[in-house]
Design a protein around this ligand. Structure first.
Ligand code: ZN
Length: 163
């Protein structure tokens, strides 16, 4: 795969519904290059998260970008390698999700609103974080991708974006 030519796999690709493998500690340079290219593609497509299976790689990494309010709003990028949902509260909230891999599909999904997560970044530093709201939502959506789960799996609440 050419890192500079990343693109989304077809929505019917079996890669999207395959469980991805753990990443062994390897060249952080490659991971930095790949995650940088993924963040670029994600922004180009107007998304807030992108997982490796979406670009044809069944490995456990995703990138996410979320708004941070501190004085003025800016975006915090996260590169999450071998991410784990460590704990979650029982309070669920419903939100409508869409997915770059499934254009024109929106699904109303109930998920825990507060979670505790862990992951490695591209320099192989270990992080644990408490996430809530939109950040918890994006993390869980992207983590689903690594387990081969698309939003259409929650198909009780599926509807078309166009009406
Ligand atoms: Zn998605």
């Amino acid at each position: 795969m050419m890192i500079e030519n990343l693109s989304l796999v077809d929505k019917d690709s079996p890669i999207l519904t395959t469980k991805s493998s753990l990443i062994k500690q390897c060249s952080s340079l490659e991971l930095t290059e790949l995650s940088g290219a993924m963040l670029e593609l994600m922004r180009k497509l107007g998304g807030v998260g992108l997982a490796c299976p979406q670009i044809g790689l069944n490995i456990r990494m995703f990138v996410m970008s979320s708004p941070v309010h501190s004085g003025s709003v800016f975006h915090k990028d996260r590169i999450c390698i071998n991410p784990v949902l460590e704990s979650w509260n029982l309070q669920h909230e419903e939100r409508i999700e869409s997915c770059l891999s499934l254009p024109d599909t929106c699904v109303n999904i109930a998920r825990p609103e507060k979670i505790m997560v862990s992951y490695y970044d591209n320099k192989w530093n270990y992080h644990t974080e408490d996430l809530e709201g939109i950040n918890a939502r994006i993390f869980q959506h992207e983590l689903d991708h690594l387990d081969g789960i698309l939003i259409t799996r929650y198909n009780d609440n599926i509807f078309s974006r166009t009406g």
